[in-house]
Design a protein around this ligand. Structure first.
Ligand code: NAD
Length: 444
């Protein structure tokens, strides 16, 4: 099929490249000219494992094209995906400015029947608004169907997630559009990936409800972690015990500094706003948000339990991306931690395998390293913020020798307390059982 993807970011680029890989003729459009020029040279603006390989093949075989003119895409396509950003607006609702601008442009250039697919995460009612705008803007009389097809990919495993999703959700009230969507995802469904076709409103809500539920799991386990610290329980064991119950499952039960990223924070906020807008306010979600914000402060408080005054202290950060295997730092917990440290007069040095360039744009004053060890010299403490695999099996004897004081705040509970204490570290984690036998060594 001939498909245009409007918005060539984390979602649009992955979706466009994968749809091309499945044999479609795809135009990836973006109004960021530099990004499109780079993509034409097969330079990928984001870190996403596996993406470059399939992109290069599809570009070479002329199934994947990069354009800046939406007109070219609309005129040449039977299906247009909208995958532009939907950041939080002034009142924390989803800001639909980009989506509505694209709808108007589609309306201006439409010259045949079209299926428009909302891939961006948008509140209930958006598909119908997009359709209305297109119909009001278009000059001729064409059949336009707007489908909700929310995206569930996770950065870091986006290609795999797009190709083998847990589910493909299609929200539509049009048999014609349903047929076209079934055709696009036929090979994926044949490969065993389930497709659910439903009404538009339910599809739109499935995305928000899923993200808000996962965020709720994280905040829930973080509150349990706080209680663990008080009663002498170990949150990792509690989570494993809970997760063995098939109704609960083990995932998203890792206590620590809380969730971040471009989706959970904004989607929780947007769902809270939808609840207020439709006079069905949430009680649970404001609590989820509050707990998450408190977890960031808790990380700082744990550091302050060692150094009440951070002025002049040199603090190392391992991990800047909001999660491993991505360079995305949007709403990353590391940003809050760095901001607080700088405000307190501390010197910050940081290492992340791929997210340093993005972080430097926000904090040009901090220094970065080329590997985890390279930033530790003379440090008073190390805060592990992102659980990259690169940080799991390191030489902690070397770490200790490099640091001025062997203090580690482990915001992701990736190390074993007993091991770290035996090696001489003041090791502080989230919600894990205190040891009776090995004490924290003294700090210089
Ligand atoms: N990033 C994720 O992991 C993820 C996962 C699932 C869903 N989503 C949702 O997908 C949507 C896109 O997210 P993203 O992370 O890819 O955003 P992004 O910021 O990485 O990309 C958005 C792109 O849209 C472009 N754009 C904005 N307005 C445009 C316009 N009028 N015309 C053409 N291009 C325009 C921007 O230049 C940018 O390249 C959001 O609604 C997000 O919530 C994101």
């Amino acid at each position: 099929m001939k498909i245009t993807i409007v918005g060539t970011g984390y979602v649009g680029l992955v979706a466009g490249t994968c749809l091309a890989d499945l044999g479609n003729d795809v135009f990836c459009m973006d109004n960021d000219k530099d990004k499109i020029e780079a993509l034409k040279r097969c330079e990928i603006p984001i870190y996403e494992p596996g993406l470059k390989d399939i992109l290069e093949i599809s570009v070479k075989e002329k199934r994947l094209h990069f354009i800046t003119d939406i007109k070219e895409g609309v005129k040449n396509s039977e299906v247009i995906y909208i995958a532009v950003g939907t950041p939080p607006g002034e009142n924390h609702e989803a800001d639909l400015t980009n989506v509505m601008a694209v709808a108007r442009e589609i309306g201006q250039h439409i010259s045949g029947d079209l299926v428009v697919v909302n891939k961006s995460t948008v509140p209930v009612g958006t598909a119908r608004k997009v359709k209305k705008i297109i119909q009001e803007t278009m000059k001729g009389s064409y059949e336009v169907d707007v489908v909700s097809n929310p995206e569930f990919l996770r950065e870091g495993s986006a290609v795999k997630d797009f190709m083998s999703p847990d589910r493909i959700i299609i929200g539509t009230d049009s048999p014609r559009a349903q047929k076209i969507m079934e055709k696009i995802y036929r090979s994926s469904v044949r490969a065993g990936n389930p497709m659910m076709v439903t009404d538009i409103e339910s599809a739109e809500l499935i995305k928000y409800a899923s993200n808000a539920f996962l965020a709720t799991k994280i905040s829930f386990i973080n509150e349990i972690a706080r209680l663990c610290e008080k009663v002498g329980a170990d949150v990792k064991k509690v989570a494993v015990g809970m997760g063995l119950d098939k109704r609960i499952g083990p995932r998203f039960l890792q206590a620590g500094i809380g969730y971040g990223g471009s989706c959970f924070p904004k989607d929780v906020k947007a769902l809270i706003q939808s609840g207020i807008q439709y006079d069905s306010p949430f009680s649970i979600l404001p609590a989820v948000e509050k707990i998450n914000e408190e977890q960031r402060q808790l990380a700082i408080d744990k550091l302050k339990s060692v150094y009440p005054d951070l002025k002049g202290k040199k603090i190392a950060i391992w991990g800047l991306a909001f999660k491993p295997r991505t360079d995305d730092i949007r709403e990353a917990p590391s940003l809050i931690v760095i901001e607080h440290l700088l405000e307190s007069g501390a010197e910050v040095v940081a290492f992340d395998p791929v997210a340093q360039k993005n972080t430097e744009k926000i904090f040009p004053g901090i220094s970065f390293g080329h590997d985890p060890y390279s930033i530790l010299s003379g440090c008073d403490a190390l805060i592990v913020v992102t659980e990259w695999n690169e940080f799991r099996d390191l030489d902690f004897e070397r770490v200790k020798l490099l640091m001025k004081s062997p203090v580690i705040i482990d915001c992701r509970n990736i190390y074993e307390k007993e091991d770290m204490r035996k090696q001489g570290f003041t090791y502080i984690d989230f919600g894990r059982k205190e040891l009776k036998t090995v004490d924290n060594p003294k700090i210089n």
